[in-house]
Ligand binder design. Sequence first.
Ligand code: SF4
Length: 276
Amino acid sequence: MIYLNRDRQTKELKATSGFKSTVPNQKWRIYELNDKIKPFRLSRSKFSDYLTCKRCFYLDQVKGLKNLDTLPFTLNNAVDALVKKEFDFHRKKQTPHPLMKKYKINAVPFKHKDIEKWQDALSRGVDYINVDLNLKLAGGIDDVWINKDTKKLIVADYKAQSKSSEKKIDGYLEDVYHEGYKLQLDFYRYLFEKNGFEVQTTGYFVVYNATLERDNFKNKLEFTSDLVPYETDSSHIEEKIIEMKKLMDGKKIPPSTPHCQNCNYIIAGGKLINEK
Ligand code: SF4
């Protein structure tokens, strides 16, 4: 896929330097060593980048290299938005969603004054300021429920996919492409705990599967829905955040990963271009 750079507002093609903008109102995007005034905001997805490739994370956050844009997953986003409406309906009435009944979970969607903020993944989310590290860690959640027996919170994330009905949730947590999903719930649990909430270990993926077993499309996708329980673990997050901050404060650019298609594409392309 070849992405051309476009102005966000006008959609006109626009030359790019490959770096983030350094105009004054955009400076917050690049980490500044020794800036003790304002905590630097790091989202859950940047933390995930750190765990995937320290080099890319460093070049992006500390050196200001602009990440490649990706096209939005509009179909998945549509499912998320409609599912959210469903859960919001039950949040308002404080009734269990049918999936909670189906899976015998005595819970309701959690009603809280900050729920909209927590669900705003772009600029707000659940956040926590680590004063020692001067970092503001944040993550926009899909949902949070409350266990009616224990009063503990339950972290939940909506997922849309399309697999055959036998494979729709079989081995869901063992799938290598779902490793990042688990980190998501671990991280959300960590943030809620840092905000003083008690969070139950079992979180849930709410999986909507567009069925392939149909004869035609007829302008319609049909979904089945299931809950996949996941035993969250927030105990590993803090030490990794401390390591991440050490890296940000250092001057050494970490090595790249040999498995990355992007880096090796650039390196191989460079070799071809410089070939005599
Ligand atoms: S290997 Fe290279 S392109 Fe890939 S994630 Fe790391 S720095 Fe980025």
